[in-house]
Design a protein around this ligand. Structure first.
Ligand code: UTP
Length: 475
């Protein structure tokens, strides 16, 4: 196709401004831009923009009259479960692992703009004594869990680790794992796959140029997972490996219990096809989505979609009525993921995220905006709840399982220093519970020694522990 035809095609979709610098750029740049534009499915991406805007405009209503908490019969809390029940769930989960039926699916395709580093967030060193990164911690938790399952059931089951990346994170992520020998995991059990990228738009629907010869693109949201799982052959790969249970979570939670056997066992015991892990909200005004029902359908409702009065509602026991804080932590059966990929993916909602998108202005100058100027169209991982045939929700304890790395230290919250502190505080508690007399300074526990506080007696009982130190094996 020559450039005039391309121009005509673009005109049809009101996007011919993409060629505005054509006469100024070199032949090499021309071919890059040409390729960039040809790769765009213009009818599809422009319809995404319209759909997302329609969805935004249609969903401005306040949901107070339609929202209901998660019904008690699909909800269970770690705090109120008996120890016997927790043991039963854990055993069930470990058995599933020992049979090789568990996969973990890490969502690591985001651009991490708030943290502001130019490499994948999973590679961030939060300053622990071990200098472990988020990827490293997760890898070691997987290794330890495989061992625990083997100890219990005398059978070795591999946990398959799938990592969703994007154009922004793929190559660097792969190189990082290669360089670190997959942190002791088998290379064949780790598979990275890319989610799709979508162009960024101005508020009136024009695709943004990032350079004179390059379209600005962003990953299609963590709900891009479902499309990528199918198009990249991951569902088939899981099927071949005999996977049944898939634990999905975000890369930024330093406390994540990867392939948590208790959560998996809970889901299996209820034959759930789609489940969510939640934590109690900190306060009515905490800006976190809550899992609930709207007109009988499960979904996540954002803080901005209900009034303060509804957010402040409390039950007789004093607990917030809408208390189930979403932490991006899910369980799906493989059958459920197939059903989404085959029947529902194109029905997923398209959300508008208003962002600061660097652009080339009409004079050809690169502008780094200081306030949102553009739109990224995103799908959300939790938008599949409404397709569940058997939904379940598991409430856990925030201090034990959730602390997210979102911002740089300047923000003072959800940042390197808070996630480091949260991990070390949790591990200090494990050590004191295991009989340590005192724990001072940064005492870190390698996940290879303990996945969730087990196995620490010998190391801790009767000891005064002084950091900085990494407890990695029995002395
Ligand atoms: P966030 O929404 O917090 O985005 O992602 P982010 O990219 O990490 O950070 P910001 O907003 O740019 O600062 C929650 C989880 O979803 C993943 C992220 O990698 C993180 O694990 N995600 C997000 C994707 O995998 N793909 C996306 O397109 C967006």
């Amino acid at each position: 196709m020559e450039v005039n035809c391309l121009k005509e095609k673009l005109q049809k979709f009101n996007q011919d401004h993409l060629l505005q610098f054509w006469d100024e750029i070199s032949d090499q740049e021309k071919s890059a831009l040409f390729k960039d534009i040809l790769e765009l499915d213009l009818p599809e991406v422009t319809s995404y923009f319209s759909k997302a805007m329609n969805f935004l405009n249609a969903n401005t209503e306040i949901l107070d009259s339609k929202i209901q908490p998660i019904p008690g019969d699909v909800f269970e809390s770690l705090c109120t479960s008996t120890p016997a029940k927790l043991d039963q769930y854990e055993l069930r989960g470990l058995k599933e692992i020992s049979e090789g039926r568990v996969a973990v699916l890490l969502m690591a395709g985001g651009q991490g703009t708030r943290l502001g580093v130019n490499y994948p967030k999973g590679m961030y060193d939060v300053g622990l004594p071990s200098h472990s990164t988020l990827f490293h911690l997760q890898a070691l938790r997987i290794r330890r869990l495989q061992e625990l399952a083997e100890e219990k059931f005398k059978k070795w089951g591999q946990i398959a680790w799938y990592i969703m990346t994007s154009e922004a994170t793929h190559d660097t992520t792969l190189t990082y794992f290669e360089k670190n020998d997959y942190f002791g995991l088998k290379k064949e059990n780790l598979k990275a796959f890319k989610q799709e990228m979508l162009p960024c738009f101005t508020f009136d629907g024009k695709i943004i140029l990032d350079e004179k010869n390059r379209i600005s693109k962003a990953p299609d949201g963590n709900g891009g997972l479902y499309r990528a799982l199918k198009s990249r052959g991951i569902l088939e790969d899981m099927l071949t490996r005999g996977i049944n249970s898939v634990h999905v979570f975000s890369v930024d939670n330093i406390l994540v219990k990867v392939a948590d056997p208790v959560f998996i066992g809970f889901c299996l015991s209820r034959s759930a096809d789609c489940a969510v892990k939640v934590v109690p909200k900190r306060s009515p005004t905490e800006a976190v989505g809550v899992v609930c029902q709207v007109e009988g359908k499960y979904r996540v409702v954002e803080y901005s979609e209900i009034t303060l009065k509804t957010a402040e509602l409390r039950n007789k026991d004093g607990e917030l009525t809408f208390n189930a804080g979403n932490i991006c932590n899910h369980y799906f059966t493989l059958d459920f993921l197939f059903s989404i990929g085959n029947a529902h993916e194109s029905d997923l909602d398209l959300h508008v995220a208003k962002k600061k998108v660097p652009y080339i202005n009409e004079y050809g100058k690169k502008i780094i905006p200081t306030s949102p100027n553009g739109i990224k169209v995103e799908k959300f991982v939790f938008d599949v709840f409404k397709f569940a045939k058997n939904f379940a929700a598991w409430e856990t304890i925030r201090e034990c399982e959730f602390s997210a790395l979102k911002n740089s230290d300047i923000a003072g919250f959800d940042c390197p220093s808070t996630v480091r502190k949260d991990l070390l505080s949790l591990q200090k508690k494990w050590l004191l519970d295991a009989g340590a007399l005192s724990v001072n300074g940064d005492v870190e526990i390698s996940p290879l020694l303990s996945y969730a506080g087990e196995n620490l007696k010998e190391m801790a009982n009767g000891k005064n522990l002084q950091g900085p130190v990494v407890l990695a094996s029995h002395l």
